[in-house]
Design a protein around this ligand. Sequence first.
Ligand code: F6R
Length: 623
Amino acid sequence: MCGIIGYIGKRNAPDIVIDALKRAETRGYHGFGVAVSTGNKFEIRKKGGEDCLGDFLELVSKSLLPKSSYAFGHNRWATHGTPEDRNAHPHLSQSGRLAIVHNGIIENYSVLKNTIEKETGVSLKLISDTDTEVLVNWIEYVQKLSKLSLKEAMKSALENVEGTFAFIVASLDEPGVFVGAVRGRTMRIGVGEHEGEKEFFIASEVYPFSHYTQTYVVIPSHKLISVTKDGYIVEDTRTGLVETPELKKLEITLHATEKGEYKYWMDKEIHEQPRMIENVLQGRVDLRDKSVILGGIKEYEKDLANASILHIVAHGTSFNSALLFKYWCEAIAGIPVNVELASEFRYRKTLVSNGSFVIGISQSGETADTIVALEHAQELGATILGICNVEGSHMSEMTDAGIFLRAGRELGVASTKTFTAQMAVGMMLSLHLARIKGVLPEGSYQELFEELQSLPLYIEEVLSLDNPNIKLALELLKNASSAYYIGRGVSYPIALEGALKIKEIAGIHAEGYAASEMKHGPIGLLDKHMPVVAIATSSSQIDKMISNIKEAQARKAPVIALVTRGNPNNVPADIHIELPEVREEFSPFINILPLQILAFRLALMKGKNPDKPEGLAKSITVE
Ligand code: F6R
């Protein structure tokens, strides 16, 4: 959500920044902009609007920027102000001598604005509706008063700024220097070399520069940075001390994958799930002694297995996978699991303390709600662990230990393959803890372990089925304004995830319910216009599930049912989507696939871009 990027080095900086903005596109596509200093002014090219990368690229191709060794840019996910040109970053101060790009929220921006106006007696002539423009004027105001360098003025200005942010500022008076600040966020500095000279990239994440350099440092919260062509200085804003962050090297290649035969990332990401699962399992399952190896949490695994309860915090799709982990971990390893939306966990009185384990699950590793919940748990004394996909992400840096998903970069805004990877890690962790704890009979363990190995084959089979009934289901859903997704047991989180997908991608209102919950209220809305998607593959609760479907049919709701091949349970429905039989514990891996495909194809039918659902961004870095 909002991406910032800066470059200093021998390459042509505007080109690097524009390339990086394309690569980080899914952080926000409500605005794109780039700024270059010509010495006496900033040349800025920017575009705002819904999904405006194309317009921005056209602008920069027609209106070329001067060549420079120093430039910075931004992609925007709107918080303050609608998506239009004037709200896109970079923003200038009133004098035009400072320029800023910013990710985050300045909570007291109106107080800052009022203070400037009251103290100077002059109204700010703001061009945008953003908190960012107020911030750059606040820095300019403090600098004018104090006559300090940009860095020192920023340090002083920040004392009165409330909120969480990462931003960089450049000044015409100090050419070749970026000064940046981070609070409640992280930033990265990529450290490279080109034609015998050092080069530096400042960015919200490593991906935009990972094809230029794999070496980087993470700038955590409460830091001030200054970057020039010769190096960078990192200072703690609380202690004033200069720090030397550890140089890191990317271990996983993040190089851009190509869309290949696919037109959309989402389609590609759905179809690469079999290979992705192989990658998730590789090196983590020892076929000789049928054990799971999770090196990232080795130090904590015995304590985890003996914990009286595990707390999981997450949002969205990651929350749905966390629910599945709860079902598996409790059933397989006998360890109680509390799953909560991170934002709720953070702001209520939670009973975690020394000795507690709090695990964050996040694809991006940047979700602000999840990050602050983990920080809070750490302050309360808990050990915090992370399950995330992005190396070098905020979560991966802040947690005591963790497990990378290894799903490869996900570019579609809606999570698909990373949900499946989260499930696979959840299942592996449950099996691993069960074995350490010794609670599962060896035979049952071996059966589950073997089924885990077969996942890529099952998934491949489902993805290769061209089920004609999917078309019928699409016809039924495309005209609906609302739909219910229902399931029981491990199919309940899948109902939640299926409903989330169609809501996000196809713009159809949908709710996921535990099937039994329908009769406690939602059933009142059922009629012939409200389709019900029932996850009704073979399970220990299939008879009860059938009763719930009948209740929906009695109210004339059309039913699309996912059923086990041959429909051995005689599930009543208007449309049956048959799926191969797998053990009930593993059915979520199979059942989610047609629901992802339905959402994707519905989005296309409705003329939407499934990769960039309106109003959403890939990582949500505000609370
Ligand atoms: C759904 C989706 C979102 C995210 C949620 C959490 O397709 O992508 O619901 O799952 O914003 O994001 P992460 O997993 O990055 O913490």
